[in-house]
Ligand binder design. Structure first.
Ligand SMILES: N[C@@H](CCC(=O)N[C@@H](CS)C(=O)NCC(=O)O)C(=O)O
Length: 216
């Protein structure tokens, strides 16, 4: 039996927290949530009560501590017995696009920080930002075309890849990114997802403002 607690940051701004939270909800796992406000004098001390990296998300399963979004996604997928595509080739591509998101997209991350409830933001499109958006578009097209036949998600059924790209949905939506028709279709369907909508509703109810993420 698992005894799961997911430690997250502000729902409106914490893109890394959103990823395992989305996956765990989609996998139907029950868990408690602990929310730690980011960017306060106590943030580091509060996070250190739960995990060693000074960052959220952190997952506690009884005595076990798992930190870093991708490690948490892997762990809960093992608990649930699903989360990656079943086909080996599809799974390898899913792992590739997850690794690329986890290690890259620096311009997208810095220039369009996640601000889930914000709309109609306008910023200068730098070449680096444009390249990141184009690459996301290319990934979504490729996954949908090759692996998406069995459902609306990147690999048909919901997978870790959709969770890893969930903050990108908010980022592109906030700033009205121009993307291809296939990417728009995926994004529209994924934004309507009830699980994502429940995160957004909670984000909208948060009173806290992080000035550094209020861009555009
Ligand atoms: N590589 C980590 C990144 C986690 C991360 O940067 N989390 C941010 C919130 S989204 C954080 O904890 N910031 C705390 C701080 O900067 O004090 C992961 O994938 O989980």
């Amino acid at each position: 039996m698992s005894d799961l607690t997911l430690v997250i940051g502000n729902r409106n701004y914490s893109s890394w927290s959103l990823r395992p939270w989305m996956l765990m909800k989609h996998l139907g796992l029950e868990f408690r949530e602990v929310l730690i406000r980011l960017d306060t004098a106590d943030t580091k001390d509060e996070i250190e009560k739960y995990g060693p990296s000074g960052r959220v998300p952190v997952l506690l399963d009884g005595e076990l501590c798992v930190w870093d979004s991708i490690a948490i996604c892997e762990y809960v997928a093992e608990l649930a017995g699903r989360g990656w595509p079943q086909d080996r080739a599809a799974r390898a591509v899913a792992r590739s696009v997850c690794a690329e998101m986890h290690s890259g997209f620096v311009n997208l991350r810095m220039e369009w920080p996640m601000n889930a409830r914000a709309r109609n933001r306008h910023t200068v499109l730098t070449p680096g930002l444009e390249a990141d958006i184009d690459r996301v578009d290319e990934i979504w097209n490729d996954c949908r075309r090759r692996f998406g036949a069995r459902g609306p998600w990147l690999f048909g059924e919901y997978s870790i890849a959709d969770a890893m790209y969930a903050p990108t949905l908010f980022r592109l939506n906030t700033s009205g990114a121009r993307i291809s028709e296939t990417a728009r279709w995926y994004m529209a369907a994924a934004l309507e997802d009830a699980v994502l909508q429940s995160w957004l509703a909670a984000a909208k109810a948060e009173p806290w403002i992080l000035a550094g993420s209020e861009i555009g």
